[in-house]
Design a protein around this ligand. Sequence first.
Ligand SMILES: [Mg+2]
Length: 236
Amino acid sequence: MTFGNRQFRVDGGCPFPEAGSIYVTLCLDMQIFCDFDGTITNRDSIVFLTETFGAGEQFRLDILEAIKRGDITVFEAIERELETVKATWAEAVSALDESVWIDPDFPAFVTWCSERNFPLSIVSSGMAPVVEHYVGRFGVPVFAHPVTVDPAGWRYRRDERNDKKHLLAAASREKPLVFIGDGTSDVSAVPYADILFARSGFFLSEHCSRQGIAHYTFTSFREIRKQLDALLSVEA
Ligand SMILES: [Mg+2]
């Protein structure tokens, strides 16, 4: 790891205290990218809508297996799940508001980033209107995908410009990058993360453990903040 020529990536994607002063310098200049569904929220809104207004749990589990086998992409999976969702926007929002909520520690995390001038962006493979519904008020840049809400079946469309893989690949050339995620759609972001957080007990953390990819696990944004504070406070 050499900072001078910007080769700051640490093998395995996660710096450790023994990296010393270089490591501190890295962390003082980080940018933070965060998944939305199941990362900022207690549960995935697409999963919730599919199970509540769509084809149900078994259908979703079959789709998940198809992703794991590599038969379909994450985007195809979302498209297939949402086309089974038969609900109006008002019905969906009312149900979502009762069952899906953001981590109560997320607002403080937004403030923490802003106070330190760490740019925070939300990169979601999910639906832009749903992400905006929950986090629009924070004024944080949101990258997500359009959906046409139709009571006969929702039509999701991938916007390539907002693909987290492309966004992170470009951003990782600029400065050290922290990524926070939980699920299948976050695997594509892993190669670009210098510091990686994966929600404990979910797909991304299990994937990283299987593949020997260094990562921190978390259950709340308070833990993420504490871990980043610990990294920042390491003596040079
Ligand atoms: Mg997610």
